[in-house]
Write a protein that binds this ligand. Structure first.
Ligand code: ZN
Ligand code: ZN
Length: 357
């Protein structure tokens, strides 16, 4: 079953006659082909990849699914209207998260008499469950990231800038085959490690905790990991903090399984951190889905309600403790939920590393 088949099956269970996909990531997902400035129209009968001549040849050989690839010779909006008329579309679903207000207005003008209905996360819901080749790409990206990291560690020298360490990591990932970095690498040391999303500074790394949060992209799929090491020696207080994060991280990984509630996974880690006396120091949620985007559904948070983890989902498990003005620490792995279980995809040691530099 192609992704288009799955999208059509879902469409058949709605009141919609067709779905207009404007998000480039969702276009890529349903066609298996990456292009810009185009759109995808899925009707109950025929489906179309609307693109231009720059992509025509590549689209013909790469698009997966029973699509007609069309290159309009007039304005795309007029062409879309014609396709809708041809297919008897009365109710058209659109992606309100990716369509701009201007785009929506022009769509309404071009499609008089057609009811436009926002579909929320129609394609995102399909993307929740990774196919084997998607899992393979994410694992390949993860292997690159962890290898780059283990190769970087012995090369960290006193006087090196945080920004330099981040750049080195990104450079090594690219050299190992990543097509991109998953996001701007976080490499923050000393008191700056207290910022969960700190931007690496153009200044020498400081003694104390040194947190790296980073990932690689392979075939459009992202990886995500965090490791915190210590520059110099860790004192007892730092060891206690680190081991509390590690205990929380391992405990969450131990309970996460198919059918487990997302918020309870978060609670498992949170209770350990709170129980150790670090009240209010874990200020973000436990994790998030990863795929064609670095942050996608599902969320593992206190606000996840009754949602449970399902086979095929890939989630991060990333508790942290941040003490304002002092330091912080986070440890992050990715996990794949499987039929009746779950497995950790990250293969990188988690015991405390002290860099003797
Ligand atoms: Zn991360
Ligand atoms: Zn993450």
């Amino acid at each position: 079953m192609t992704r288009l088949d799955r999208a059509k099956e879902k469409l058949s269970k709605t009141e919609l006659d067709a779905l207009y996909i404007s998000s480039e990531i969702n276009q890529r997902y349903v066609t298996d082909f990456s292009f810009t400035d185009g759109s995808v129209l899925i009707t109950r009968e025929k489906s179309y990849v609307i693109t231009d001549f720059r992509y025509l040849e590549a689209a013909k050989s790469h698009v997966v699914g029973d699509y007609e690839i069309v290159t309009p010779d007039r304005r795309k909006g007029d062409y879309l209207a014609e396709l809708c008329r041809k297919n008897g579309v009365k109710t058209l679903g659109f992606e309100e998260k990716s369509l701009s207000y201007a785009g929506y207005r022009s769509l309404s003008e071009k499609l008089p008499g057609i009811t436009l209905v926002g579909v929320g996360g129609f394609v995102e819901e399909l993307r929740l469950y990774k196919e084997p080749e998607e899992v393979e790409s994410i694992i390949a990206a993860q292997r690159i990231a962890e290898r780059a990291f283990s190769e970087l560690l012995p090369d960290i020298k006193r006087g090196m800038f945080e920004s330099e360490a981040a750049l080195e990591l990104e450079y090594r990932m690219r050299k190992l085959g990543a097509e991109d970095k998953s996001f701007d690498t976080i490499a923050v040391s000393g008191s700056f490690s207290a910022l969960p999303h700190g931007v690496p500074r153009n200044r020498p790394i400081e003694d104390g905790f040194f947190t790296f949060d980073f990932g690689a992209v392979v075939n459009g799929y992202h990886s995500d990991m965090t490791r915190t090491v210590v520059v110099g020696k860790a004192d007892d207080e730092m060891k206690r903090l680190y081991n509390t994060v590690l205990e929380a991280q391992l405990a969450a990984e131990a309970v996460i399984t198919e059918g487990y509630r997302n918020f309870e996974a978060d609670k498992t880690a949170r209770d350990i951190i709170e129980g150790a006396g670090y009240h209010g120091c874990f200020g973000h949620s436990l994790g998030h889905g990863v795929g064609l985007e670095i942050h996608e559904e599902p969320r593992l948070s206190q606000g996840s309600g009754d949602t449970v983890l399902k086979a095929g989902q890939i989630v991060t498990v990333e508790p942290g403790i941040y003490i304002e003005g002092k330091y912080g620490c986070r440890i992050e792995d990715m996990m794949l939920i499987t039929e009746g279980g779950a497995e950790v995809l990250t293969d990188c040691p988690k015991e405390l590393i002290e860099l003797d530099i």
